[in-house]
Design a protein around this ligand. Structure first.
Ligand code: TYD
Length: 395
């Protein structure tokens, strides 16, 4: 049974940055109700009513995975490790973005799936690319064109975005070779609960997975979870290793231990989520009060990184351009636009990060290390950072 535990209110699409804030544009802005629920039968956490993916993954999709040094290094390392461990002769990536993972493989061995046409246009120059949504029809098309099935399916921050999880899983089974491996990376539910990072809930994150939920879910599709890695990307993610029931891989002791950790933290109980919801309400109140206090001192606050996560924070906490003068972001595509729902201007760091800024809210808190290192000199000369993770404070 699905039970709602968190209501993050009326939200726009997290990546629907506005080109202008004319009355006409604002009137057309799309909003939906962001309510999060827990399924007591399979431990799955999900958005109660997901948005239609056709509204989300358009040819204006802004996120470029290769913009960040942290992500470039992470994808290079995992590509190297997967090659060494499984020696795949065919590799399929679902949600290949701008090819940041695939570029580490021989293009002849690789297939990319990416429904955002602007991104698919980048990878198709080098790799066989299907500019389509991941579903059963596409999985059949791919295996029909291939002599062999796929040895390695990789998908980072994508499977959790697809509302029809059942079809996603049966499509994965469909393309997989007998000893093939599916490697899925997505934000970890346990990290979210520990960090109080409720901003991982936005329209694209239809599901937030845990190992106990994945273990339970894949069983219905003759698949088996056999290993898990804890990774630091996106503020704490999990990498799941899944194979066919009949494949040669044995369950690892690492997986057993991690499943126990999740159970110890009561991820299988609804009560845990109710407590989290109370912490989120407190975080909202305290963050807003912190900003108000700083504003009363006539200080200038900006936000650092126009992240999708910030869309949830700004709209839930009712933070707008009365608090922030602007948001800075390195992504060219976002610069010159306005934040979804709250309409704060986005500018480049070169223009926006200077001695007039007193405080910067870490919208991109998942890159805290990289950012604090980059802004070392500014911090020395007085710039202060604010974060809401795991609780609102000046760093
Ligand atoms: P991302 O981590 O993808 O978060 P989300 O999925 O919530 O959008 O986005 C990070 C954003 O932060 C991206 O737009 C680039 C920006 N950014 C900066 O502006 N400066 C930086 O130094 C870093 C690391 C990121």
């Amino acid at each position: 049974m699905k039970k709602i535990f968190l209501n993050l209110g009326r939200q726009p699409l997290a990546n629907s940055f506005l080109k202008d804030i004319s009355k006409k544009t604002i009137k057309r802005e799309f909003f939906y109700n962001l309510k999060i629920c827990f399924d007591t039968s399979n431990f799955l956490v999900s958005i109660q009513r997901p948005v239609n993916p056709k509204k989300q993954y358009t040819n204006e999709y802004a996120h470029r995975a290769s913009e960040s040094q942290t992500m470039r290094t992470a994808f290079k390392n995992i590509a190297f490790n997967l090659k060494k461990k499984f020696r795949p002769s065919t590799i399929l990536e679902i949600g290949s973005n701008d090819g940041v993972f695939l570029k580490n493989f021989n293009p002849k061995k690789v297939i990319a799936v990416e429904p955002c046409k602007n991104l698919a246009n980048i990878t198709k120059k080098k790799f066989k690319t299907y500019p389509e949504f991941w579903n059963l029809k596409l999985s059949k098309k791919i295996t029909k064109n291939k002599q062999r099935k796929i040895d390695l399916v990789f998908s980072a921050n994508t499977i959790s975005h697809i509302p029809n999880l059942k079809e996603s899983l049966s499509s994965l089974y469909n393309v997989l070779s007998e000893n093939g491996v599916i490697v899925i990376e997505d934000p970890s539910l346990l990290s979210i609960l520990k960090n109080n990072s409720y901003d991982q809930f936005y329209d694209e994150h239809v599901y937030v997975f845990s190992a106990i939920a994945i273990k339970c879910l894949v069983k219905d599709y003759n698949l088996r979870l056999f290993d898990v890695d804890k990774i630091s990307t996106h503020g704490g993610s999990l990498r799941y290793y899944i194979c066919k029931n009949t494949a040669k891989y044995k369950s690892t002791s690492k997986l057993k231990k991690y499943l126990e950790t999740e159970k110890k933290n009561n991820l299988n109980k609804f009560e845990t989520y109710k407590k989290f919801s109370n912490r989120v309400k407190k975080s909202k109140k305290n963050l807003y009060e912190l900003f108000k206090k700083i504003k009363r001192q006539n200080k200038k606050i900006i936000s650092y990184g126009a992240t999708y996560k910030s869309t949830t924070v700004f709209n839930y906490c009712k933070i707008d351009n009365k608090i922030f003068d602007y948001v800075t972001d390195t992504t060219k595509n976002k610069q010159g636009k306005f934040t979804p729902g709250t309409h704060i201007p986005i500018i480049s760091p070169e223009r926006g990060i200077n001695e007039t800024v007193d405080y910067a809210f870490l919208g991109a808190w998942n890159f805290k290390k990289e950012i604090l290192k980059k802004e070392k000199e500014r911090i020395k000369s007085g710039l202060k950072f604010i974060t809401h993770v795991p609780y609102p404070r000046i760093i």
